[in-house]
Design a protein around this ligand. Structure first.
Ligand SMILES: Nc1nc2c(ncn2[C@@H]2O[C@H](COP(=O)(O)OP(=O)(O)OP(=O)(O)O)[C@@H](O)[C@H]2O)c(=O)[nH]1
Ligand SMILES: Nc1nc2c(ncn2[C@@H]2O[C@H](COP(=O)(O)OP(=O)(O)OP(=O)(O)O)[C@@H](O)[C@H]2O)c(=O)[nH]1
Ligand SMILES: [Mg+2]
Ligand SMILES: [Mg+2]
Ligand SMILES: [Zn+2]
Ligand SMILES: [Zn+2]
Lengths: 211, 211
């Protein structure tokens, strides 16, 4: 019988709080620069101003991402780890201390840029979402399988660059499904606002099944 | 007085072996997909066939990168970590066991795709090299400062994409120098073979000062 790690205990407690207060929580994971913040910028712009949305964003250093997300007018907080390569449940718990969870319907958590370590740290989320971009190469799902296996949605971003990069998008989707058969895949461009409707539709459907 | 970690001890032993056998060793670090393997492909193609070059490449899964590098005809070995997000000195030591170090003048080590964790694992190298691409955003040096601070060279790759991405290259270089004043920076495109001469020149100069 596996002994629960400290993180698992804290994550479990967070998960129960999210259920109790009906907070739909998503954990966005990708390499540095795949476009997590850009995706959240487009998302927060697209959601109604009356939506009860909030975001936490994690980085080793700087408040850059929180500053970018704050523009939409929803509550946003930066978690700076100082060195740790992933967010953990204790950091998320601390960041949420002075927020009223009854005032939050959707909580986006942008993880530290890292395709490996965040995989094994439960934050109490309803689902992990993995993002990778067409600039990174179609073999990424095969080379970093764990995050693709445990996530519920794969976003392939920066499709506007397809004419200029050696990226085989059919091969990429096949690789995703080799690691995670049937995984939902949405293709986006955050700079050209492509594919955002499909992403928002997934969000709405997944949230409807959350409680 | 800081107690040496197990990794530091093994790395120190490797470093002594590299000195003894005059092996010039470089540790290439970047996010997944910035172009480490592509850079090594271009490099191994450019070096004379008589050069005593070898490469180790680390990944969580697959032998894809070793397969790509083997095409140049030099000794290449894949290290698969199975889950660990960085190479460490014990893995490099094991990989080198059946190689004759007297037959190697230059050893390239491609680290696992990760901009955080490899920073703190000495592999016995002469220098760390950090690669990031114009697709990732110019704030990466500020957001992941440790690897930029400890590396000796920064390669900004995929400059062929500059017309199509919102990347301010002057801002990017300024950010590199904010974190590491005076750091050497080379701009490359591995797909269009741009900037490779500058990189090879840096390599030659740095190797001349290695022993
Ligand atoms: N061409 C193109 N560039 C994009 C797209 N989405 C984001 N970018 C750019 O990619 C760079 C990185 O985007 P970010 O949103 O900062 O990526 P991130 O995943 O949040 O990065 P970290 O938080 O540092 O891990 C920025 O320069 C963005 O403008 C896209 O769809 N197409
Ligand atoms: N446009 C463009 N694409 C590039 C360039 N260099 C590499 N690529 C592409 O970028 C993708 C990733 O390149 P890789 O060489 O696999 O990157 P990597 O850093 O070795 O990736 P990992 O080992 O998985 O961390 C591939 O599709 C390459 O063809 C470049 O200069 N320009
Ligand atoms: Mg971000
Ligand atoms: Mg590689
Ligand atoms: Zn880690
Ligand atoms: Zn790590």
């Amino acid at each position: 019988e596996k002994v629960l790690s400290k993180n698992d205990e804290l994550a479990s407690a967070l998960r129960q709080r999210f259920v109790r207060h009906e907070v739909f929580c998503l954990n966005l994971i990708s390499s540095p620069g795949s476009g997590k913040t850009a995706l959240l910028e487009r998302t927060l712009e697209a959601l109604p101003k009356t939506a009860k949305v909030a975001a936490l964003t994690g980085d080793v250093q700087t408040e850059n991402d929180a500053r970018r997300l704050a523009g939409a007018g929803f509550p946003v907080k930066q978690i700076t780890t100082g060195g740790t390569c992933h967010l953990d449940a204790s950091m998320v718990g601390r960041a949420l201390e002075d927020w009223d969870l009854d005032g939050i319907d959707i909580l986006f958590v942008e993880n530290v840029g890292n395709l490996v370590c965040p995989t094994s740290y439960d934050l109490g989320e309803h689902a992990k979402i993995v993002v990778f971009s067409v600039a990174e190469g179609e073999d990424k799902p095969l080379k970093y399988p764990a995050i693709f296996a445990v996530s519920e949605l794969c976003i392939i971003n920066k499709v506007d660059l397809l004419p200029y990069v050696p990226f085989d998008i059919e091969r990429a989707v096949a690789n995703v499904h080799q690691v995670h058969p049937g995984m939902a895949v949405v293709q986006t461009s955050c700079t050209k606002s492509l594919g955002l409707d499909a992403w928002l539709a997934w969000l709405e459907r997944r949230r409807a099944h959350a409680f």
